[in-house]
Ligand binder design. Structure first.
Ligand code: NMX
Ligand code: MLT
Length: 436
């Protein structure tokens, strides 16, 4: 397999680079940790490493050194498409350099070979109560596939540590290949009377998802490719990435680890914010007739949300201090193809109002929109209006990033994660000593 060969070629050099860095500089300090950080969700504590992506607070995400606009130009696209092959992104994540069109297609072909979802996964999905959240179904489907894990089988058969990454890569490819069909199945089961649309082997991974969702507008194929690209990775400290890494660090396989990451993504402060955000936009529309054209009314509505003790979903970020470039890419997509769409226009208007409101309130360190502020309005335009499904689409995408990271963590022999905890009394003592 092309990805395996390309990683294998780089491994001796990478392993030596990391060994040398730690051997010769292992005691060099990377930063300090304050009591506020210990009690404050470890914000900004530099304690993870990944070479796949990096979030600059002002510039936003870079995938393997490339900004979002660069990535959209750099990666090869299917004939007639405006957005790149997702297989090309996965190649970039795992190999480190941009693929040719043929290399991107090779990844897509591998996914096609591995894409068949076993019936027992559908049986498990079907067995859940109708009011189960789509993220529960999706997470469970990924976990259910765990019995397929090659890593688990090889580990128990006694594989050498420096080969762990190989079955991890196989598992990751097998899992990723199946995600569009699983996600679209959940959508059609829950919202389209179980009228399932079979996969089309002629389509690329992103377009095939769009096809199986049953969205008639061909532009939804490009939106799907864009969406999967934008949500895939956001360095290692976010909840879904960190959870996946943490769980995999105990040598759990990718099925266990990614399903744990998905459980984190399902929280309203993380990936579920996209459903919350669309819900909020709809409540703006329903409860405030003037808000769609009167900024002052919208401002008041935003204040009412804050005053009722809620957050404004889609705004703020733990790392970013400027508009998220993933937001901008989606805004540009909407402006190009459907600038007059009602909900899209409302989402765009919120951008003109909410940052000032959050600044006035003075609590949020980042008053700007994140990736979730607009993604739902694009789905809504294409008729995907069931907003509790939105985080599943985020999850399909996020597994691209976390699985690529998991392969490299195995390849570089990253150890089990185990930070140290203290008691409050210990922190008080440290504080007193620091003052003395
Ligand atoms: N609306 C209202 N209050 C906010 C918002 C917001 N959008 N963002 C931050 N704050 C508050 C936050 O709740 C905290 O209040 P308190 O001191 O009472 O606990 C205060 O501002 C300081 O928080 P920050 O340090 O700015 O943010 P933090 O790093 O803790 O959290 C988020 C980051 C993203 C969790 C936070 O901005 C938020 O809750 N945003 C809304 C939910 C959202 O959009 N999440 C999606 C993030 C992207 N993703 O996909 O994961
Ligand atoms: C993400 O994409 O994971 C979110 O923006 C949250 C984060 O990076 O903390």
């Amino acid at each position: 397999m092309i990805l395996k060969d390309k990683i294998e070629q780089q491994l001796p050099e990478w392993r030596e680079r990391v060994r040398k860095l730690v051997r010769e500089n292992g005691d060099v300090k990377v930063g300090d940790v304050t009591i506020a950080q210990v009690y404050g969700g470890m914000r900004s504590v530099k304690s993870l490493v990944t070479d796949i992506s990096y979030v600059d607070p002002v510039e936003g995400i870079r995938f393997r050194g490339h900004t979002i606009p660069e990535i959209l130009k750099l990666l090869p696209k299917p004939d007639g498409a405006a957005m790149p092959y997702v297989g090309g992104l996965y190649y970039l994540f795992l190999v480190g350099s941009a693929p040719t069109a043929q290399q991107a297609q090779e990844v897509e072909t591998e996914w096609k070979k591995r894409g068949k979802v076993p019936q027992y996964v559908f049986d498990v999905i079907n067995s859940l109560p109708p009011d189960a959240h789509p993220m529960t179904l999706f997470t469970l489907a990924v976990l259910t596939l765990q019995r397929e894990s090659l890593f688990s089988k090889k580990y128990h058969a006694g594989i050498q540590k420096d080969q762990y990454w190989e079955p991890m890569l196989e598992d990751s490819m097998n899992l990723v290949a199946k995600l569009p069909e699983i996600a679209a199945y959940i959508y059609r089961l829950k919202y389209k009377n179980g009228d399932i649309i079979p996969s089309d082997p002629d389509l690329d991974w992103g377009a095939n998802f769009a096809h199986m969702m049953g969205v008639p507008d061909p532009l939804y194929k490009d939106l799907s490719r864009l969406y999967f690209l934008l949500h895939s990775d956001h360095e290692s400290g976010n909840v879904s990435a960190h959870t996946t890494h943490l769980v995999a660090s105990s040598l759990s396989d990718i099925y266990y680890a990614a399903s744990a990451g998905l459980s984190g993504l399902a929280g309203p402060l993380h990936g579920l914010a996209n459903q919350e955000c669309l819900n909020w936009l709809l409540s703006v529309k329903e409860e405030c007739a003037d808000c769609a054209y009167d900024k002052e009314a919208l401002r008041q509505f935003a204040w009412d949300t804050l005053n009722s003790g809620q957050v404004i979903p889609g705004y703020g970020h733990a790392v970013l201090r400027k508009t998220d470039p993933r937001y901008t890419a989606q805004l540009e997509f909407g402006k190009k193809y459907f600038p007059e769409d009602e909900i899209f226009k409302l989402a765009a208007l919120v951008y003109e109002v909410v940052p000032d409101v959050l600044r006035e309130q003075g609590k949020a360190k980042d008053p700007w929109p994140n990736v979730d502020a607009i993604s739902g309005s694009l789905q809504y335009h294409f008729g995907v209006k069931e907003f509790d499904f939105y985080t599943v689409i985020f999850g399909v995408s996020r597994i691209l990033g976390v699985s690529a990271n998991a392969v490299w963590a195995r390849a570089l022999g990253q150890p089990i994660e185990r930070p140290k905890s203290l008691t409050t009394a210990m922190l008080e003592e440290i504080a007193q000593k620091a003052k003395a």
